[in-house]
Design a protein around this ligand. Structure first.
Ligand code: SF4
Ligand code: SF4
Length: 168
């Protein structure tokens, strides 16, 4: 097998939007306009279905435990419960319903957790700094912090983590 045939995410763990769309895991444009909605970046058929039982609204399903998750976009409320419970840190929530702002919700398994209103560093899928955002919501579940950050609209599909930088 040549290296060209190996998907990039199997080499460096970085999954492209094109792959997410091919898997049917990219929210429809009309749903994106309505409010926060889940974005699952889980391309491998691994034996895991925690997200299915994690969703209190029954929005995620699988035909078998070794499958790609499927999302019922109308059932998803964007609550982010699944973001906290996914062991692969592969679930996010995006909100593009406001004209001038965008929000991304990410899992955060580091300390310190940010405070609401705090400015944090935005990191992309490669862990590179791409800007700054303002924290608007934080909750903890299953020892994972779930952080919603206001970000520039053009970065909402790029930002996948935050870094809390505090001076001593
Ligand atoms: S964001 Fe909430 S409603 Fe949507 S799939 Fe996740 S747990 Fe279900
Ligand atoms: S819980 Fe996370 S890792 Fe497991 S199947 Fe769902 S999205 Fe994939």
């Amino acid at each position: 097998m040549t290296s060209e045939k190996i998907p990039r995410y199997r080499v460096d763990g970085i999954i492209s939007l094109e792959v997410i769309k091919e898997l049917g895991l990219f929210p429809p444009e009309e749903r994106l306009k309505k409010g926060p909605v889940v974005l699952i970046e889980c391309p491998e058929k691994i034996p895991c279905n925690i997200c299915v039982s994690a969703c209190p609204f029954g929005a995620i399903s699988m035909d078998s435990i070794i499958d790609i998750p499927k999302v019922d976009w109308d059932k998803c409320t964007g609550c982010a419960t699944c973001v906290a419970l996914c062991p692969g840190l592969a679930i996010f929530v995006v909100d593009l319903s406001k004209e001038d702002k965008a929000y991304i919700t990410v899992p955060h398994e580091f300390i310190p957790a940010p405070d609401v209103g705090e400015e944090v560093i935005l990191l992309n899928k490669e862990g590179k700094r791409v800007g700054k955002g303002k924290v608007v919501r934080v909750f903890e579940r299953n020892k994972t912090y779930v952080v919603t950050v206001e970000v520039p609209r053009e970065l909402v599909f790029e930002v996948r983590a935050i870094w809390v930088e505090r001076r001593k």
